[in-house]
Design a protein around this ligand. Sequence first.
Ligand SMILES: [Fe+2]
Length: 317
Amino acid sequence: MGLNGLLDIELSVPNPQELNDFWLRRGLVQTSDGVLGTVDRAVQLRIAEGSYRHMSELHLSCESEQGLADIAARIGAMGVDSTVTGTRLTCIDPVFAHRVVIDVGAQHPLSPAQQRAWNYAGDTQRTNNRAPAVVEDSLRVPRRLGHVVLATPHLDDVNAFMFEGLGVRISDQILGGAATMGRVEQDHHNLFIQPGATSSINHYAFEMDDLDAIGKAGQAVIDEYPEANVVGIGRHFIGSNVFWYLLDPAGNMFEFFTDMDQIIDGERWDREVGRRDWGSSENPLQFAVWGPKEPESFFFPADTDVIAAAREALGLR
Ligand SMILES: [Fe+2]
């Protein structure tokens, strides 16, 4: 009866046209003014004008009207007012101050990626042909918005709202709960809360078909903006996803990812594998299984002070 989908987000930035055009060049589709989608999902990214870069709306789906009522009751008990109109709940996130919109709806499956033959050792799947990634003319485009990572100094309040109030299901925590990864779909994480100097978006992430799709799409970005590279390609410990992190023209970090852990049985994940306290002596925390080490800017963006000042000017904590 709870949350079942990450539908889309709205990003507000000082130059929305520049960001819109950037994503059109990455293969997103303009579905209406300021709205970008993918082949499978007409709305994934909405882009608006704002005095500083931030996520201004989080749009989720929920299985039933009863689920909406339950969420309204839980967040109401925390002092967060919400409005339920028909099959939609709206409220304001008590820390980040973005709009939270939850619609009753079913999950939208993604059409399967076109598989590329890969010559594994002892299992040759492609003979007498060059690799598809070599001969394909066009880039594989982003398939869906997969997750959003938010940073804040107010972890207790955000975690209470997100995981207890909205009911995002916890998949893993690190450093004794300092960072929490949760899901509303079956991806290991659709929402990830981590410590930060000010409340801001750390990154948003698009799922890609495979490793070559990440490599070629990421390469196209740094061909345009060499300074856009942040860290990649590598494979994370937590969530297992292969990643490449880059900057969009507004200064938001985004990720192209593939091969994330999928959790369809939360009890089984918790019991057999997950919710380890990564960062403890038994499970030392590292950014990646393999790949470059993350730069300091991954956790401390260069414009943190700008965002903090903008939020202070708006009376936001
Ligand atoms: Fe990510």
